[in-house]
Design a protein around this ligand. Sequence first.
Ligand code: NAD
Length: 506
Amino acid sequence: MLDSIALDNTAPPEQSLSGFVEFAAAEDEIKSAVLDFCDRLAACEVVDHAEQPDHYQGSWRFSLIDGAGVLLQLARPMPREKYETNAYRMVLHASQPSATVTHFFRAAEALPFTDTEMARIRSELPITRKLSERYTDAPLAGLGVILTIHHMTDFLVLAETLLALGADPYHMTVIDKEYSYAFSRRVDSYLRHRCGIRVWKYSELGDGIADHISRLRPSGKRSVIMDDGGYVIPHIAAHTPELLNEFVGLVEQTASGIWRIQGIPLPMPLFSVAESEMKGAIESYGIADAAVRNLLRLLPNEKFEGQPALVLGYGRIGSAMARILRGRRMRVAVYDREIARLVAAHEEGFFTRETLASLLRVHNPMVVFGCAGRGSMTVDQVELLTGASYLVSTTSRDYEFPVAEIRAKAIASQTGVRGTAFTMPSGAQVTVVANGFPINFHHAESLPNRYVDLVLAGLIVGAVAIARGDPRLPDGGSVSACNEMLAESGIMHDYYGLYGPKSCAD
Ligand SMILES: NC(=O)c1ccc[n+]([C@@H]2O[C@H](COP(=O)([O-])OP(=O)(O)OC[C@H]3O[C@@H](n4cnc5c(N)ncnc54)[C@H](O)[C@@H]3O)[C@@H](O)[C@H]2O)c1
């Protein structure tokens, strides 16, 4: 097949590249979905020209500006019984590597979700979607929204619900945290091309905020911040504090976001889903479970049962993690710098010591799960590890482990999708899984959508409360007021109705 196209046939086979995007589509949408997308690819800056050979409707040739060629074919994956009936694969072949080929392959990953896929994703977040029926007065019509929520499929339903509640896509900005999510580029493409929302990268945070404000100013609107990790306020407070007036309130989804804004005077209401009873009740177990599941997926040939594990930080996520690892038959040690939490871990039967160094000397873990936040392990403590071990984080960005210091002391060998393996001066092998970024997002979708639905709905309840100027929310926030508003919003009843025990009448 490849011989028939205008690629460089003299390239040795190992130089040729292939890639694919798997997706689902109904019979009646497949053609338009792929044609639209190929039209967009044809307009990509590295494409010189594109053609679709007449004899075969399902393939396209893209000639790139440096002379390289890429063949794109639409195919059904085989064997058929291993896939859903509506599964397709968009397969790419290039005869030789080049910078333009890499660019084109990345552009081709940005296939927006099809109607079939969106119908499934929407069906997985009924509680979030129902809010557009509950709040019928377009409460967000008068506000801009800036969001730093994870680029996962659940976020698309959050964004669509904000639009349904009156938010204008032109007055919305998404900051992409640039984690390696499973579907980062597909999510990004849907936000930009289907929802019409502007997306900026985390590495361009300042420019993204400035662009947001400049789009809002002519309308006289102010904005609500929907943050996940304290990205926006610390940046504005440090660089452009005069812009704080442009915001009417902050909804924060995670504990590290609350820590990051501590000490910054907040001249606006804070709706802390992060500290709510609701989030504490359901999410920590889900995160720990998603983290362990993704580690098992990345290390399918490791034997965990009977091996030593160490959990750093025995808070909400760490305590759930320790229990899950014990359930997986690991020998689990715990360290927390707070004596009350250390005692709690000890009382629950976990192996503990009063210092991390003494614990490491006697326990020698195969896996260290960092659930503390920041600074839970120094490089000297990493050097106490012997044999082969994995450092795995659940904390935002790469804040948990001293990755730069490990890199400076050790010899690194890249291991691809798992992260980076280091040989320490002692000869010990330490693999920093996901390069220190939270494992549950690493080429994964973290919690199932049905699980996270309640938390996303909680973020919207917060945004609406801020938009309406609910007098119970003071500047700086009140956790008890958030708990009250989340309880009265009805979303937890919805969750219980969906996933709680069914009555006899059912
Ligand atoms: N990956 C995700 O999806 C996700 C989601 C939410 C939160 N998080 C992050 O996970 C981390 C843990 O969250 P949490 O809700 O369990 O927090 P938490 O406050 O309930 O628990 C943190 C625990 O770590 C302990 N600790 C803090 N610093 C320590 C140190 N240097 N050494 C040992 N122990 C230390 C604290 O005493 C506390 O018991 C945070 O960084 C949070 O932002 C991740």
